[in-house]
Design a protein around this ligand. Structure first.
Ligand code: CMX
Length: 439
Protein backbone atom coordinates (compact mmCIF):
# COMPACT_ATOMS: atom_id res chain seq x y z
CA UNK A 1 0.00 0.00 0.00
CA UNK A 2 1.47 3.29 -1.17
CA UNK A 3 0.81 5.32 2.01
CA UNK A 4 2.32 2.60 4.19
CA UNK A 5 5.41 2.35 2.02
CA UNK A 6 6.01 6.10 1.82
CA UNK A 7 5.36 6.69 5.50
CA UNK A 8 7.60 3.93 6.72
CA UNK A 9 10.46 5.28 4.56
CA UNK A 10 10.21 8.67 6.30
CA UNK A 11 9.84 7.47 9.85
CA UNK A 12 13.46 6.88 10.96
CA UNK A 13 14.48 10.46 10.11
CA UNK A 14 11.36 12.03 11.68
CA UNK A 15 11.76 9.99 14.84
CA UNK A 16 15.35 11.19 15.13
CA UNK A 17 14.24 14.84 14.81
CA UNK A 18 11.61 14.45 17.53
CA UNK A 19 14.02 12.54 19.76
CA UNK A 20 16.60 15.26 19.40
CA UNK A 21 14.07 18.00 20.26
CA UNK A 22 12.75 16.08 23.26
CA UNK A 23 16.11 14.96 24.63
CA UNK A 24 18.62 17.68 23.75
CA UNK A 25 16.43 20.79 23.66
CA UNK A 26 13.65 20.01 26.12
CA UNK A 27 14.36 23.12 28.23
CA UNK A 28 14.25 25.66 25.39
CA UNK A 29 11.38 28.10 26.04
CA UNK A 30 8.90 28.50 23.17
CA UNK A 31 6.14 30.59 24.77
CA UNK A 32 4.98 32.22 27.97
CA UNK A 33 1.53 31.62 29.45
CA UNK A 34 -0.41 34.41 31.09
CA UNK A 35 -3.56 34.42 33.21
CA UNK A 36 -5.63 35.80 30.31
CA UNK A 37 -4.80 32.68 28.36
CA UNK A 38 -5.56 30.33 31.24
CA UNK A 39 -9.02 31.82 31.80
CA UNK A 40 -9.42 32.47 28.06
CA UNK A 41 -9.57 29.02 26.54
CA UNK A 42 -5.78 28.55 26.22
CA UNK A 43 -5.95 31.02 23.32
CA UNK A 44 -2.78 31.15 21.21
CA UNK A 45 -0.61 29.14 23.62
CA UNK A 46 1.97 27.47 21.41
CA UNK A 47 1.71 23.96 22.80
CA UNK A 48 0.79 21.53 20.03
CA UNK A 49 2.88 19.84 17.36
CA UNK A 50 1.57 19.10 13.86
CA UNK A 51 3.31 19.02 10.50
CA UNK A 52 0.12 18.43 8.54
CA UNK A 53 -1.06 22.05 8.34
CA UNK A 54 -0.43 25.51 9.77
CA UNK A 55 -2.65 28.62 9.84
CA UNK A 56 -0.74 31.71 8.81
CA UNK A 57 -2.51 34.99 9.72
CA UNK A 58 -1.66 36.49 6.33
CA UNK A 59 -1.98 33.48 4.03
CA UNK A 60 -4.55 31.29 5.74
CA UNK A 61 -4.23 27.56 5.94
CA UNK A 62 -1.01 26.05 4.62
CA UNK A 63 -1.24 22.33 3.94
CA UNK A 64 2.21 20.71 4.01
CA UNK A 65 3.77 23.97 2.83
CA UNK A 66 1.15 24.80 0.18
CA UNK A 67 -1.38 27.63 0.32
CA UNK A 68 -4.86 26.88 -1.00
CA UNK A 69 -4.30 28.36 -4.48
CA UNK A 70 -0.99 26.46 -4.73
CA UNK A 71 -2.58 23.24 -3.53
CA UNK A 72 -5.53 23.45 -5.94
CA UNK A 73 -3.10 23.97 -8.77
CA UNK A 74 -0.55 21.33 -7.77
CA UNK A 75 -2.72 18.31 -6.90
CA UNK A 76 -3.67 15.87 -9.69
CA UNK A 77 -7.17 16.41 -11.00
CA UNK A 78 -10.12 14.04 -11.16
CA UNK A 79 -11.19 12.79 -14.59
CA UNK A 80 -12.81 15.51 -16.74
CA UNK A 81 -12.54 17.84 -13.76
CA UNK A 82 -10.87 21.06 -12.73
CA UNK A 83 -10.82 19.97 -9.09
CA UNK A 84 -8.19 17.76 -7.45
CA UNK A 85 -8.77 14.16 -6.48
CA UNK A 86 -9.53 13.99 -2.76
CA UNK A 87 -7.24 10.92 -2.67
CA UNK A 88 -4.37 13.19 -3.76
CA UNK A 89 -5.04 15.56 -0.88
CA UNK A 90 -5.04 12.63 1.58
CA UNK A 91 -1.70 11.50 0.16
CA UNK A 92 -0.31 15.01 0.57
CA UNK A 93 -1.54 15.32 4.17
CA UNK A 94 -0.17 11.90 5.12
CA UNK A 95 3.13 11.93 3.24
CA UNK A 96 3.97 15.61 2.84
CA UNK A 97 4.61 15.42 -0.91
CA UNK A 98 2.42 16.25 -3.90
CA UNK A 99 1.47 12.86 -5.39
CA UNK A 100 1.52 11.86 -9.02
CA UNK A 101 -1.88 11.09 -10.52
CA UNK A 102 -1.15 7.34 -10.16
CA UNK A 103 -0.37 7.75 -6.46
CA UNK A 104 -3.55 9.76 -5.89
CA UNK A 105 -5.53 7.09 -7.75
CA UNK A 106 -3.97 4.40 -5.53
CA UNK A 107 -5.47 6.10 -2.50
CA UNK A 108 -8.81 6.38 -4.31
CA UNK A 109 -8.62 2.63 -5.12
CA UNK A 110 -7.96 1.83 -1.44
CA UNK A 111 -11.08 3.80 -0.50
CA UNK A 112 -13.15 1.98 -3.14
CA UNK A 113 -12.09 -1.40 -1.62
CA UNK A 114 -12.97 -0.31 1.90
CA UNK A 115 -16.20 1.64 1.38
CA UNK A 116 -18.44 -1.09 2.78
CA UNK A 117 -20.51 -0.34 5.85
CA UNK A 118 -21.65 -3.32 7.98
CA UNK A 119 -25.40 -4.00 8.10
CA UNK A 120 -25.71 -3.45 11.85
CA UNK A 121 -24.67 0.20 11.39
CA UNK A 122 -27.55 0.83 8.98
CA UNK A 123 -29.92 -0.99 11.34
CA UNK A 124 -28.77 1.10 14.28
CA UNK A 125 -29.29 4.33 12.29
CA UNK A 126 -32.77 3.22 11.22
CA UNK A 127 -33.90 2.60 14.79
CA UNK A 128 -33.02 6.10 15.97
CA UNK A 129 -35.89 8.58 16.48
CA UNK A 130 -36.67 10.53 13.30
CA UNK A 131 -35.86 13.92 14.82
CA UNK A 132 -32.31 12.89 15.86
CA UNK A 133 -29.75 15.49 14.70
CA UNK A 134 -27.71 14.23 11.71
CA UNK A 135 -24.47 14.93 13.58
CA UNK A 136 -25.62 12.66 16.42
CA UNK A 137 -26.35 9.91 13.88
CA UNK A 138 -23.00 10.46 12.19
CA UNK A 139 -21.04 10.27 15.41
CA UNK A 140 -23.01 7.19 16.53
CA UNK A 141 -22.27 5.43 13.25
CA UNK A 142 -18.54 6.10 13.65
CA UNK A 143 -18.66 4.78 17.20
CA UNK A 144 -20.54 1.68 16.01
CA UNK A 145 -17.75 1.02 13.47
CA UNK A 146 -15.25 0.84 16.33
CA UNK A 147 -16.16 -2.82 16.54
CA UNK A 148 -13.95 -3.38 13.49
CA UNK A 149 -10.94 -1.37 14.66
CA UNK A 150 -7.60 -2.98 13.72
CA UNK A 151 -5.89 -0.76 16.31
CA UNK A 152 -8.15 -1.96 19.15
CA UNK A 153 -7.92 -5.61 18.05
CA UNK A 154 -4.12 -5.60 17.86
CA UNK A 155 -3.44 -3.31 20.80
CA UNK A 156 -2.29 -6.04 23.22
CA UNK A 157 -0.15 -7.86 20.69
CA UNK A 158 1.60 -5.03 18.85
CA UNK A 159 4.68 -3.05 19.85
CA UNK A 160 4.55 0.73 20.17
CA UNK A 161 6.66 1.34 17.07
CA UNK A 162 4.02 -0.24 14.83
CA UNK A 163 0.94 1.45 16.33
CA UNK A 164 0.90 3.74 13.30
CA UNK A 165 0.36 0.80 10.94
CA UNK A 166 -2.91 -0.19 12.63
CA UNK A 167 -3.81 3.50 12.88
CA UNK A 168 -3.33 3.85 9.11
CA UNK A 169 -5.48 0.77 8.45
CA UNK A 170 -8.30 2.19 10.56
CA UNK A 171 -7.91 5.67 9.06
CA UNK A 172 -8.25 4.36 5.51
CA UNK A 173 -11.24 2.22 6.48
CA UNK A 174 -12.89 5.08 8.34
CA UNK A 175 -12.38 7.74 5.67
CA UNK A 176 -13.62 5.28 3.01
CA UNK A 177 -16.86 4.62 4.87
CA UNK A 178 -17.70 8.20 5.90
CA UNK A 179 -19.16 9.42 2.58
CA UNK A 180 -21.31 6.28 2.42
CA UNK A 181 -22.64 6.83 5.94
CA UNK A 182 -23.17 10.57 5.40
CA UNK A 183 -25.13 9.95 2.18
CA UNK A 184 -27.21 7.25 3.89
CA UNK A 185 -28.07 9.62 6.76
CA UNK A 186 -29.03 12.32 4.25
CA UNK A 187 -31.32 10.08 2.17
CA UNK A 188 -32.82 8.41 5.24
CA UNK A 189 -33.45 11.54 7.27
CA UNK A 190 -34.81 13.90 4.64
CA UNK A 191 -36.20 11.54 1.98
CA UNK A 192 -37.19 8.47 4.01
CA UNK A 193 -34.98 6.19 1.87
CA UNK A 194 -33.21 3.27 3.50
CA UNK A 195 -31.53 1.53 0.56
CA UNK A 196 -27.79 1.20 1.09
CA UNK A 197 -25.68 3.61 -0.95
CA UNK A 198 -23.31 1.88 -3.40
CA UNK A 199 -19.75 3.12 -3.86
CA UNK A 200 -18.72 2.81 -7.52
CA UNK A 201 -15.01 1.84 -7.81
CA UNK A 202 -14.84 3.47 -11.24
CA UNK A 203 -15.57 6.89 -9.77
CA UNK A 204 -13.52 9.03 -7.40
CA UNK A 205 -14.44 10.05 -3.83
CA UNK A 206 -16.15 13.31 -4.84
CA UNK A 207 -18.18 11.77 -7.69
CA UNK A 208 -19.21 8.87 -5.46
CA UNK A 209 -20.42 11.25 -2.78
CA UNK A 210 -22.45 13.20 -5.31
CA UNK A 211 -24.02 10.00 -6.71
CA UNK A 212 -24.79 8.54 -3.29
CA UNK A 213 -26.38 11.81 -2.15
CA UNK A 214 -28.51 11.68 -5.34
CA UNK A 215 -27.92 15.38 -5.87
CA UNK A 216 -28.27 16.13 -9.56
CA UNK A 217 -24.75 16.29 -10.97
CA UNK A 218 -25.88 18.21 -14.02
CA UNK A 219 -24.72 21.40 -12.38
CA UNK A 220 -21.50 19.80 -11.05
CA UNK A 221 -22.02 18.75 -7.43
CA UNK A 222 -19.08 16.28 -7.72
CA UNK A 223 -16.80 19.26 -8.32
CA UNK A 224 -18.13 21.04 -5.27
CA UNK A 225 -17.82 17.87 -3.13
CA UNK A 226 -14.12 17.58 -4.05
CA UNK A 227 -13.44 21.24 -3.29
CA UNK A 228 -15.50 21.20 -0.07
CA UNK A 229 -13.79 18.13 1.43
CA UNK A 230 -10.35 19.47 0.54
CA UNK A 231 -10.97 22.93 2.01
CA UNK A 232 -12.43 21.58 5.25
CA UNK A 233 -9.85 18.86 5.86
CA UNK A 234 -7.53 20.56 8.33
CA UNK A 235 -6.96 23.91 10.06
CA UNK A 236 -3.87 23.21 12.17
CA UNK A 237 -4.02 21.34 15.47
CA UNK A 238 -5.66 23.64 18.03
CA UNK A 239 -9.26 23.89 16.77
CA UNK A 240 -11.83 21.86 18.72
CA UNK A 241 -12.28 18.93 16.31
CA UNK A 242 -8.55 18.51 15.63
CA UNK A 243 -7.53 18.90 19.22
CA UNK A 244 -10.23 16.51 20.45
CA UNK A 245 -9.04 13.83 18.03
CA UNK A 246 -5.49 14.33 19.26
CA UNK A 247 -6.40 14.39 22.95
CA UNK A 248 -8.58 11.27 22.88
CA UNK A 249 -6.05 9.51 20.64
CA UNK A 250 -3.30 10.31 23.11
CA UNK A 251 -4.97 7.87 25.52
CA UNK A 252 -4.46 5.29 22.73
CA UNK A 253 -8.16 5.23 22.04
CA UNK A 254 -8.42 3.97 18.45
CA UNK A 255 -9.26 6.24 15.46
CA UNK A 256 -13.00 5.43 15.66
CA UNK A 257 -13.31 6.35 19.34
CA UNK A 258 -11.22 9.44 18.75
CA UNK A 259 -13.05 10.61 15.64
CA UNK A 260 -16.48 10.08 17.15
CA UNK A 261 -15.38 12.42 19.97
CA UNK A 262 -13.95 14.85 17.43
CA UNK A 263 -17.31 14.95 15.62
CA UNK A 264 -19.08 15.71 18.88
CA UNK A 265 -16.89 18.82 19.20
CA UNK A 266 -17.51 19.74 15.57
CA UNK A 267 -21.25 19.58 16.29
CA UNK A 268 -20.99 22.59 18.64
CA UNK A 269 -22.49 25.93 17.54
CA UNK A 270 -19.16 27.74 18.04
CA UNK A 271 -17.37 25.33 15.72
CA UNK A 272 -18.83 23.39 12.77
CA UNK A 273 -22.41 24.54 13.20
CA UNK A 274 -21.55 28.15 12.25
CA UNK A 275 -22.01 27.53 8.50
CA UNK A 276 -25.76 27.07 8.86
CA UNK A 277 -26.03 30.35 10.82
CA UNK A 278 -24.39 32.22 7.95
CA UNK A 279 -26.76 30.90 5.34
CA UNK A 280 -29.64 31.64 7.70
CA UNK A 281 -28.54 35.30 7.93
CA UNK A 282 -28.26 35.62 4.15
CA UNK A 283 -31.71 34.11 3.64
CA UNK A 284 -33.13 36.45 6.27
CA UNK A 285 -31.76 39.45 4.35
CA UNK A 286 -33.04 37.99 1.08
CA UNK A 287 -36.52 37.47 2.54
CA UNK A 288 -36.73 40.86 4.21
CA UNK A 289 -35.85 42.76 1.04
CA UNK A 290 -37.46 40.35 -1.42
CA UNK A 291 -34.11 39.81 -3.20
CA UNK A 292 -30.72 41.51 -3.22
CA UNK A 293 -31.03 44.79 -1.27
CA UNK A 294 -29.36 48.09 -2.07
CA UNK A 295 -25.98 48.79 -0.47
CA UNK A 296 -27.61 51.27 1.88
CA UNK A 297 -30.29 48.83 3.00
CA UNK A 298 -27.70 46.13 3.61
CA UNK A 299 -25.48 48.57 5.49
CA UNK A 300 -28.41 49.43 7.77
CA UNK A 301 -29.39 45.77 8.22
CA UNK A 302 -25.82 44.86 9.22
CA UNK A 303 -25.83 47.65 11.83
CA UNK A 304 -29.24 46.43 13.09
CA UNK A 305 -27.71 42.96 13.59
CA UNK A 306 -24.82 44.42 15.59
CA UNK A 307 -27.03 46.78 17.57
CA UNK A 308 -29.30 43.84 18.39
CA UNK A 309 -26.31 42.34 20.22
CA UNK A 310 -25.56 39.71 17.55
CA UNK A 311 -22.44 38.92 15.60
CA UNK A 312 -22.50 38.93 11.82
CA UNK A 313 -22.02 35.27 11.06
CA UNK A 314 -19.25 34.29 8.66
CA UNK A 315 -17.09 37.32 9.45
CA UNK A 316 -14.08 37.53 11.75
CA UNK A 317 -11.48 34.95 12.73
CA UNK A 318 -9.38 34.10 15.75
CA UNK A 319 -6.12 33.75 13.77
CA UNK A 320 -6.61 35.03 10.22
CA UNK A 321 -6.11 38.72 9.43
CA UNK A 322 -7.13 38.58 5.74
CA UNK A 323 -10.17 37.20 3.88
CA UNK A 324 -10.08 33.44 4.42
CA UNK A 325 -8.57 31.78 1.32
CA UNK A 326 -11.12 28.98 1.82
CA UNK A 327 -13.81 31.65 1.32
CA UNK A 328 -12.02 33.05 -1.72
CA UNK A 329 -11.65 29.60 -3.33
CA UNK A 330 -15.35 28.87 -2.93
CA UNK A 331 -16.33 32.33 -4.17
CA UNK A 332 -14.17 31.86 -7.27
CA UNK A 333 -15.71 28.41 -7.83
CA UNK A 334 -19.23 29.84 -7.60
CA UNK A 335 -18.59 32.94 -9.72
CA UNK A 336 -17.26 30.77 -12.53
CA UNK A 337 -20.27 28.47 -12.44
CA UNK A 338 -23.32 30.48 -11.40
CA UNK A 339 -22.48 34.20 -11.35
CA UNK A 340 -26.12 35.22 -11.70
CA UNK A 341 -27.46 33.26 -8.74
CA UNK A 342 -29.26 35.72 -6.50
CA UNK A 343 -27.94 34.36 -3.23
CA UNK A 344 -24.40 34.48 -4.57
CA UNK A 345 -24.85 38.08 -5.66
CA UNK A 346 -26.12 38.82 -2.17
CA UNK A 347 -23.10 37.08 -0.57
CA UNK A 348 -20.85 39.18 -2.79
CA UNK A 349 -22.60 42.38 -1.73
CA UNK A 350 -22.20 41.35 1.91
CA UNK A 351 -18.45 40.97 1.25
CA UNK A 352 -18.48 44.53 -0.05
CA UNK A 353 -20.46 46.06 2.82
CA UNK A 354 -19.93 44.08 6.05
CA UNK A 355 -16.14 44.49 6.46
CA UNK A 356 -16.64 48.27 6.35
CA UNK A 357 -19.40 48.05 8.97
CA UNK A 358 -17.23 45.88 11.25
CA UNK A 359 -14.32 48.29 10.81
CA UNK A 360 -16.57 51.20 11.78
CA UNK A 361 -17.69 49.27 14.85
CA UNK A 362 -14.03 48.76 15.66
CA UNK A 363 -14.26 45.53 17.66
CA UNK A 364 -13.48 42.60 15.35
CA UNK A 365 -9.74 42.14 14.84
CA UNK A 366 -10.43 40.75 11.39
CA UNK A 367 -13.48 42.20 9.61
CA UNK A 368 -13.07 39.86 6.63
CA UNK A 369 -15.13 36.75 5.76
CA UNK A 370 -14.22 33.27 6.97
CA UNK A 371 -14.95 29.90 5.32
CA UNK A 372 -18.50 29.73 6.68
CA UNK A 373 -19.65 32.95 5.00
CA UNK A 374 -20.07 31.14 1.70
CA UNK A 375 -20.03 27.35 2.07
CA UNK A 376 -23.79 27.09 2.74
CA UNK A 377 -24.61 29.27 -0.29
CA UNK A 378 -22.89 26.75 -2.55
CA UNK A 379 -24.64 23.73 -1.02
CA UNK A 380 -27.95 25.59 -1.30
CA UNK A 381 -27.41 26.25 -4.99
CA UNK A 382 -26.82 22.56 -5.69
CA UNK A 383 -29.99 21.57 -3.85
CA UNK A 384 -28.64 20.46 -0.45
CA UNK A 385 -30.90 22.78 1.51
CA UNK A 386 -31.22 20.95 4.79
CA UNK A 387 -29.08 23.26 6.94
CA UNK A 388 -28.59 20.87 9.83
CA UNK A 389 -26.81 18.45 7.47
CA UNK A 390 -24.01 20.91 6.65
CA UNK A 391 -21.89 19.98 9.65
CA UNK A 392 -21.93 16.34 8.51
CA UNK A 393 -20.32 17.49 5.24
CA UNK A 394 -17.73 19.36 7.28
CA UNK A 395 -17.13 16.15 9.27
CA UNK A 396 -16.43 14.04 6.16
CA UNK A 397 -13.80 16.58 5.13
CA UNK A 398 -12.34 17.08 8.60
CA UNK A 399 -11.70 13.33 8.95
CA UNK A 400 -8.98 13.59 6.30
CA UNK A 401 -6.88 16.00 8.34
CA UNK A 402 -7.45 14.61 11.81
CA UNK A 403 -6.76 10.99 10.83
CA UNK A 404 -3.50 12.06 9.13
CA UNK A 405 -2.54 13.76 12.39
CA UNK A 406 -3.58 10.67 14.37
CA UNK A 407 -1.36 8.37 12.28
CA UNK A 408 1.62 10.71 12.70
CA UNK A 409 1.02 11.08 16.43
CA UNK A 410 1.22 7.30 16.84
CA UNK A 411 4.19 7.07 14.46
CA UNK A 412 6.13 9.61 16.50
CA UNK A 413 5.13 8.03 19.81
CA UNK A 414 3.30 11.11 21.11
CA UNK A 415 2.51 10.62 24.80
CA UNK A 416 -0.77 10.99 26.65
CA UNK A 417 -1.79 14.68 27.02
CA UNK A 418 -1.82 15.95 30.59
CA UNK A 419 -1.70 19.72 31.05
CA UNK A 420 -1.65 21.02 34.62
CA UNK A 421 -4.61 22.83 36.19
CA UNK A 422 -4.50 25.42 38.98
CA UNK A 423 -7.16 26.66 41.39
CA UNK A 424 -8.59 30.21 41.32
CA UNK A 425 -6.84 30.90 44.64
CA UNK A 426 -3.52 29.83 43.17
CA UNK A 427 -3.98 32.28 40.27
CA UNK A 428 -4.91 35.06 42.73
CA UNK A 429 -1.74 34.28 44.67
CA UNK A 430 0.30 34.53 41.48
CA UNK A 431 -1.28 37.97 40.85
CA UNK A 432 -0.57 39.14 44.43
CA UNK A 433 3.04 38.00 44.18
CA UNK A 434 3.49 39.77 40.84
CA UNK A 435 2.12 43.00 42.40
CA UNK A 436 4.68 43.01 45.24
CA UNK A 437 7.51 45.49 44.77
CA UNK A 438 10.82 43.87 44.01
CA UNK A 439 12.97 43.50 47.15
N1 CMX B 1 -19.67 40.37 14.19
C1 CMX B 1 -19.73 41.14 15.30
N2 CMX B 1 -18.77 41.22 16.22
C2 CMX B 1 -17.65 40.50 15.99
C3 CMX B 1 -17.50 39.71 14.85
C4 CMX B 1 -18.57 39.63 13.94
N3 CMX B 1 -18.53 38.86 12.85
N4 CMX B 1 -16.28 39.10 14.90
C5 CMX B 1 -15.70 39.52 16.05
N5 CMX B 1 -16.53 40.35 16.71
C6 CMX B 1 -16.34 40.95 18.02
C7 CMX B 1 -16.23 39.82 19.04
O1 CMX B 1 -17.51 39.33 19.43
C8 CMX B 1 -15.47 40.51 20.17
O2 CMX B 1 -16.40 41.30 20.86
P1 CMX B 1 -16.27 41.46 22.49
O3 CMX B 1 -14.97 42.17 22.68
O4 CMX B 1 -17.48 42.27 22.81
O5 CMX B 1 -16.29 40.07 23.05
C9 CMX B 1 -14.51 41.43 19.40
O6 CMX B 1 -15.10 41.60 18.09
C10 CMX B 1 -13.13 40.88 19.25
O7 CMX B 1 -13.20 39.60 18.67
P2 CMX B 1 -11.97 38.99 17.83
O8 CMX B 1 -10.79 38.88 18.75
O9 CMX B 1 -11.81 39.75 16.58
O10 CMX B 1 -12.53 37.57 17.44
P3 CMX B 1 -12.49 36.24 18.32
O11 CMX B 1 -11.18 35.57 18.07
O12 CMX B 1 -12.88 36.51 19.73
O13 CMX B 1 -13.65 35.39 17.66
C11 CMX B 1 -14.96 34.50 15.90
C12 CMX B 1 -13.54 34.85 16.38
C13 CMX B 1 -14.86 33.79 14.56
C14 CMX B 1 -15.66 33.55 16.91
C15 CMX B 1 -15.75 35.84 15.76
O14 CMX B 1 -15.15 36.63 14.75
C16 CMX B 1 -17.22 35.62 15.45
O15 CMX B 1 -18.01 35.45 16.37
N6 CMX B 1 -17.59 35.62 14.14
C17 CMX B 1 -18.96 35.34 13.76
C18 CMX B 1 -19.27 33.85 13.87
C19 CMX B 1 -18.54 33.05 12.82
O16 CMX B 1 -18.40 33.44 11.69
N7 CMX B 1 -18.03 31.87 13.21
C20 CMX B 1 -17.33 30.99 12.28
C21 CMX B 1 -15.86 30.83 12.62
C22 CMX B 1 -15.20 29.97 11.57
C23 CMX B 1 -13.93 29.31 12.06
O17 CMX B 1 -13.58 29.41 13.27
O18 CMX B 1 -13.30 28.66 11.22
Amino acid sequence: MILHEKLSAQLPAWRERIKSLAKEHAEVVVDHVNIGQIVGGMRDIKSLLSDVSFVDPAHGIIFRGLTIPELLKALPKARASKMPLVGGLYYLLMIGEVPTKEQALEVEAEWAKRAIVPDYVYKMLKTMPKETHPMTLFSQAVLALQNGSAFAAKYHSMKKDVYWEAALEDSLDLTAKLPVIAAYIYRMKYYGETSKPKYNPKLDYGANFSKMMKVSDKKGYSELARLYFILHSDHEAGNVSAHTMHLVGSALSDPYLSFSASLNGLAGPLHGLANQECLGWLLEVHKKFGGVPSRDDLYKFAWDTLNGGHVIPGYGHAVLRVPDPRYMAQMEFAKKRFPDDELLRLADLVFDVVPAVLKEQGKAKNPAPNVDAISGTLQYYYGVREFDFYTVLFGVGRALGVTANYVWARALGMPIERPKSLTTKMLEDVVAKAAQPAA
